[in-house]
Design a protein around this ligand. Structure first.
Ligand SMILES: Cc1cc2nc3c(=O)[nH]c(=O)nc-3n(C[C@H](O)[C@H](O)[C@H](O)COP(=O)(O)OP(=O)(O)OC[C@H]3O[C@@H](n4cnc5c(N)ncnc54)[C@H](O)[C@@H]3O)c2cc1C
Length: 427
């Protein structure tokens, strides 16, 4: 005879362990809510670890030569992140690596008089400064460089250490969900619950609120309970990765004639210390439908054009196809702000941060909904060890460059080999 399912009840059950779910779980736990994150893959393994890590203050959205809704919506975000990175904000990020405390905007050609006067105007003061030739980054310190160069006071963070940091802060609260033995239901009162099949005894997970932060998985989760709102849009990209032999880290946008960057470069390290440039921007948008070989040829052509003094011989190349998941916008436009919505008739909220940068804003919106709906932390605490007897903990995923260029040996093996070599030399 099968036993009645056992039930575990949380204040918040968050489905999707990217930066949005993890950040919200951090905030909610600090506010006293009992919270669990349910992830079907690896933590951060969707868009988050594939991101370029740029925490931008909006200047990227001013390339038409004026402030826009998007530029103003995120103007304050770098300050918010900086406080968290110092351990003084609403989420403790002091284990997150800062890759750069600024990034560059450069143009090989004339920027156009409208954008040039805009960047020189009072409105942008303190957010963007022209770079004196003596202060150029090493990649652009070459006699052949004769473009315009600006420095933006924005941040670049290492997304892998961010995910690991957020997960560490809520250790024991992130679980791996296997949908082949899990069902999502909605009862007659509109209350969602998860049912996990188990040979001995099934488990029901209930919560005051379910929250979907599953990126492109949100639409599928909504479909499981017969809903199609809020609607989602996907913007496909194909990023390019170059493993090269230069010691130059660089973070910046190269401007072209469009109002979005022609090329965005961020720099990352493999566990063995080798250097990877990760290329996005228009290249990745236009490249979304190209064959990988064709896009790599285009990327190589772009780099040879823009930084011809750099020798790319012996570089290794790879691409990553990925989609940005966002709330549906008229004309598939880019949304300006983080998006959070309550779903009518259900104990459910759904969100897309739309940008890594805007994740703090998404969490604020969600916590405000909880306050308005009088969802308070309950005094009964759920049995986390019991839940773990049903579900393994979710682990942090790998970066796209680690997957594309797998190290010949792990960092631990490389270290062990180094010790062995020095022991042999001493003998
Ligand atoms: C190539 C690229 C570069 C970017 N660069 C930047 C940048 O420089 N700066 C910036 O501000 N933003 C950037 N972004 C945007 C930013 O990465 C995303 O807005 C952000 O990471 C979204 O976070 P998320 O947690 O909502 O989604 P995701 O990171 O996609 O996380 C969703 C999680 O949910 C899980 N999931 C999915 N379905 C289910 C399910 N049914 N059950 C359980 N779990 C599920 C997934 O496995 C995943 O781990 C970039 C995006 C891309 C794609």
């Amino acid at each position: 005879m099968t036993q009645a399912p056992t039930t575990v009840v949380f204040d918040l059950a968050i489905i999707g362990g990217g930066v949005a779910g993890l950040w919200l779980a951090n905030r909610a736990k600090s506010a006293g809510y009992s919270v669990a994150v349910f992830e079907s893959g690896d933590l951060g393994g969707g868009q988050t670890l594939a991101s370029q890590g740029m925490i931008h203050g909006g200047m990227k959205y001013t390339l038409a030569g004026a402030l826009t809704g998007a530029s103003e919506a995120i103007a304050d975000m770098p300050r918010h992140w900086r406080e968290c990175l110092c351990g003084e904000g609403d989420v403790d990020l002091h284990h997150t690596r800062i890759l750069s405390d600024h990034f560059f905007m450069w143009s090989g050609d004339d920027l156009g008089s409208k954008l040039t006067s805009f960047l020189a105007s009072k409105i942008t003061r303190g957010r963007v400064e022209p770079v004196h030739p003596d202060r150029r980054p090493p990649l652009l310190r070459h006699p052949l460089f004769n473009g315009s160069l600006y420095r933006l006071e924005d941040l670049v963070i290492d997304a892998h250490s961010l995910v690991a940091n957020l997960a560490h802060n809520i250790e024991g609260h992130c679980f791996k969900l296997d949908w082949s033995r899990t069902e999502l239901h909605q009862d007659a009162d509109g209350q969602l619950f998860l049912e996990i099949k188990n040979p001995d005894q099934d488990l029901q997970i209930r919560a005051q609120r379910f929250i979907f932060t599953a990126g492109k998985g949100n639409a599928g989760l909504l479909a499981k309970i017969g809903k199609c709102q809020p609607a989602m849009q996907l913007r496909p990209l194909q990023q390019v990765m170059v493993k090269h032999h230069h010691p130059f880290d660089f973070y910046g946008h190269c401007l072209g004639t469009d109002t979005t960057p022609r090329l965005t470069i961020s720099s990352h390290r493999l566990p063995d210390g080798s250097h990877v440039w990760y290329l996005g921007g228009n290249l990745a948008e236009k490249g979304a439908t190209m064959a990988a070989d064709e896009l790599i040829a285009l990327a190589e052509h772009e780099l040879r054009n823009l930084i011809p003094w750099i020798n790319l011989q012996g570089s290794a190349w790879a691409t990553l196809s990925i989609e940005r998941a966002e709330p549906l916008q008229p004309g598939l436009a880019r949304p300006d702000n983080a998006f959070a919505e309550r779903v009518a008739g259900a104990n459910l909220m759904v969100g897309w941060p739309t940008k890594l940068t805007l994740v703090p804003n998404l969490a604020n919106q969600m916590l405000e909904f909880l306050r308005e709906d009088e969802i308070h932390p309950s005094t009964i605490k759920p049995d986390y060890p019991m839940l773990h007897s049903y579900l393994p903990y979710a682990v942090t995923g790998k970066t796209p460059w680690e997957i594309a260029f797998p190290p010949k040996m792990s960092a631990e093996e490389a270290l062990a080999l180094r010790f062995k070599e020095s022991d042999e030399n001493d003998a």
